[in-house]
Design a protein around this ligand. Sequence first.
Ligand code: PXP
Length: 255
Amino acid sequence: MSDTPTGKLSGKLRLGINIDHVATVRNARGGSYPDPLRAAKLAEDAGADGITAHLREDRRHISDTDIDGLVEHLSVPLNFEMAATAEMQAIALRHKPHAVCIVPEKREELTTEGGLEVARDENRLAHFIAPIRDAGCRVSLFVATDMRQIEAASRIGANIVELHAGPYCDAFSEGHFDVADAELVKLREMSTYAHGLGLEVHAGHGITYDTVKQIAEFPEVLELNIGHFLIGEAIFMGLQPAIRKMRGLMDEARA
Ligand code: PXP
């Protein structure tokens, strides 16, 4: 999660592990087990380059206490996902995580659905991210593979765009391969486009062993953020083997 000078591509593709759903399992019983921080430390040991956690407005998975623990104990960078609200801005400014990824958030959704409407909300978002960036955090905007959103992200001074991989990954896993192919083309074209504007390019949402290599092949993509699938695989093979397998597939694609 180091800075990448504009115009240069580093070979290493970073893997950010999203631990939200460890908290989902914990919260199903309302206690303290399983602990997302313990999962984050195991992920670090298995080679994660960063940890991602989404503090939702309704606190349905990650809690404020989880964020405190991650900030205090992680050895790798924290990518703090949050909605563009005053409450979350205050939390980000208090903790100053390595990166802040702004996502759209609706109470009724099961997970982050679309990308952020940067173009429509440009003025407000510009003012919203300025103090976070000034505090030394890398600001990332989670956007659809849409040129308008990427251009707006660049105009308002975001450091990073995280491209929404969900439309590709979901179409692929549902067997709609024509749609998946078209979505993959958009991911490739928008990675190149965003990189050309000087933005660092990440991708995330819905990535599995079956879809990771196709995205990891794009040289402009410097980081993948992956959660739900790996926490699911952890049930069957353990968290660290699941992460190592994902890392191996990323490395194969990049080689
Ligand atoms: N990136 C962003 C911006 C997200 O909102 C999410 C889901 O919280 C992820 C990555 C990880 O997605 P998944 O859990 O589907 O791997």
